[in-house]
Design a protein around this ligand. Structure first.
Ligand SMILES: *[C@@H]1O[C@H](CO)[C@@H](O)[C@H](O)[C@H]1NC(C)=O
Ligand SMILES: *[C@@H]1O[C@H](CO)[C@@H](O)[C@H](O)[C@H]1NC(C)=O
Ligand SMILES: *[C@@H]1O[C@H](CO)[C@@H](O)[C@H](O)[C@H]1NC(C)=O
Ligand SMILES: *[C@@H]1O[C@H](CO)[C@@H](O)[C@H](O)[C@H]1NC(C)=O
Ligand SMILES: *[C@@H]1O[C@H](CO)[C@@H](O)[C@H](O)[C@H]1NC(C)=O
Ligand SMILES: *[C@@H]1O[C@H](CO)[C@@H](O)[C@H](O)[C@H]1NC(C)=O
Length: 477
């Protein structure tokens, strides 16, 4: 009877078929409930203009050549039109959670009583959202009648790559830019595991380590950033939602946000109905058959491997992480100093991260933002720099500046190059010190897929920092 409460119509299905044992009956019931749910989602405007296609993929990044399933457009989609329209009710988010008691308790626990802050000393919004999503996801997974059963089944073996490594394999991460990844991921997993019993829903059957690991892996792999409604963009940060649609599991990731299109929330008026949707909008005319992609987040190849076990041929996010926080930086977003940085798109500390491509060149944002911070700190700043964005982004710097402020630019460049060289030398040295000949030999010839991916990552880091040193030494300042 428990399962019959939601949809009156389905009572008939349950009660009329007298031959059905409890189990068969409830299976039939969940099937009917899922059908009903998805029919309603269709009525609310679900549209996915995508279909599967097999594509050949060359060997890369320690992975062999293979045929992969891609998602391509099933129709032409014109500029400004939706590739996907997904009713919010079809997503897993705190707001759409199907267990009202859990939802209200969770809201109190996470957002109102500040328990996390008081008991666990956690203030980061990222963690709070991670937990809210993890609890909601786990409740859904425990519901044998979940309408997302097909997607839950397909994701049931999801794992965080770094947390599955043997101690021998963990050694390969030491000295790399992602040596902290194991601890970072384990902390998040443990937080899910430790805090869950605070909610009555998880008291009787505590969250197991396996469940916590699964929830973390699914959020890392399938959580997608969604930009808020147009009128809320100023006041609300983008949120992570889970898209439990089996079709989306086959959409490949692409690291270039210009290629992989983000999602946004929108209320669409359709006749007299208001549809609360999450959309993926084409930013140019896109022909039928073109592959579509999702964005994995701002992750370097090393960070991709630590989380997901694979990387990209080309990745606009460089390898590195070390932040050179400017002395004048303030944590307050609306402070005067921060507003000045905003003008140059240096709006977060991420823009000050030392990250390099494989040829050894720093990311543009670092060069631009570090120069600006140098001008500010040394009294050379002028609002007129806003008109010199191209020069601010340029690296390596020109041999000679022709404008009257050439001296300050030359000095800023010398400082940028000094910071770069110091970091790359430090990283290269660390990579050398943390690897011995035997381990290198062992991994270089290993046929194990995980070993190969790890070794590829380490080699890419070595090449990157080596090239960075070569480039930095070429610059005469
Ligand atoms: C991919 O599929 C094609 C055609 O079915 C086949 O000839 C080829 O061997 C496959 N490649 C791999 C790496 O499996
Ligand atoms: C809480 O965390 C902050 C930074 O994350 C740390 O500086 C502080 O010492 C911590 N407080 C306690 C009581 O652990
Ligand atoms: C679950 O997934 C497996 C393959 O991973 C499939 O064989 C099985 O039929 C699925 N079960 C359900 C209930 O969808
Ligand atoms: C939450 O759970 C933790 C560990 O399970 C416990 O130490 C803490 O006191 C609990 N907090 C609340 C508010 O129940
Ligand atoms: C700053 O960032 C925004 C949004 O990412 C972009 O549209 C704009 O062109 C950027 N401006 C510069 C000067 O890079
Ligand atoms: C950043 O790099 C410098 C070397 O350039 C190093 O001394 C420092 O410890 C690094 N900081 C972090 C947080 O890794």
């Amino acid at each position: 009877m428990r399962v019959c409460r939601h949809v009156i119509l389905l009572f008939a299905v349950c009660l009329s078929d007298e031959s059905c044992s409890n189990e068969a009956c409830s299976a039939k019931f969940s099937e009917a409930r899922a059908k009903e749910f998805w029919a309603e989602i269709q009525r609310q405007g679900l549209q996915l203009h995508i279909r599967r296609k097999i594509m050949a993929e060359k060997a890369f990044g320690g992975l062999p050549a293979r045929n992969r399933t891609a998602m391509v457009l099933s129709d032409d989609v014109f500029y400004g039109r939706a590739i996907m329209k997904i009713p919010r009710q079809a997503l897993i988010t705190v707001e759409t959670g199907r267990n009202d008691k859990l939802k209200s308790e969770m809201t109190r626990f996470l957002f109102e009583e500040m328990t996390l802050q008081k008991v666990f000393n956690i203030t980061s919004e990222d963690y709070i959202h991670l937990l809210s999503l993890a609890y909601t996801l786990l409740a859904e997974r425990r519901d044998a009648d979940s309408v997302f059963i097909e997607w839950l089944n397909a994701t049931k073996n999801e794992k965080v790559f770094a947390l599955e490594l043997s101690s021998r394999q963990q050694q390969v991460l030491v000295g790399t830019t992602v040596e902290g990844a194991i601890q970072e991921m384990a902390e998040r997993r443990d937080l899910i595991w430790q805090t869950a019993p605070n909610l009555t829903f998880f008291k009787r059957r505590p969250v197991s380590m396996e469940e916590a690991s699964w929830a973390l892996a699914v959020i890392m792999r399938h959580g997608r950033v969604v930009h808020p409604y147009q009128d809320q963009r100023e006041v609300r940060d983008p949120r992570m939602y889970i898209f439990p649609l089996p079709e989306l599991l086959d959409v490949a990731l692409h690291p270039n946000p210009g290629v992989s299109i983000g999602f946004q929330e929108e209320i669409v008026i359709n006749g007299k109905r208001e549809e609360d949707l999450v959309l993926q909008i084409a930013r140019r005319d896109m022909p039928k058959g073109e592959e579509i992609f999702l964005w994995p987040g701002r992750l370097s190849n090393s960070e991709m491997i630590a989380r997901h076990g694979f990387s990209f041929r080309e990745n606009p996010v460089g390898i590195g992480r070390n932040v050179s926080q400017p002395p004048s930086w303030s944590d307050k977003k609306d402070s005067k100093g921060r507003k000045e940085y905003d003008l140059y798109n240096c709006s977060s500390l991420e823009d000050f991260e030392l990250r390099f491509n494989e040829r050894g060149f720093p990311m543009r944002s670092f060069v631009r933002c570090y120069r600006i911070s140098w001008f500010i700190n040394n009294g050379w700043y002028s609002p007129a720099l806003k008109n010199r964005m191209r020069e601010l982004n340029k690296w390596p710097p020109p041999e000679k500046y022709t404008k009257s402020d050439w001296l300050s630019w030359t000095q800023a460049d010398a400082e940028v190059n000094r910071v770069i060289l110091e970091y790359c030398q430090y990283m290269r040295q660390r990579l050398k010190e943390t690897m011995d000949a035997n381990t290198a030999e062992d991994f270089r010839h290993s046929k194990d897929p995980t070993d190969r991916v790890l070794w590829h990552m380490r080699s890419e880091e070595s090449r990157t920092f080596k090239n960075c040193i070569v480039q930095a030494k070429k610059i005469k300042t």
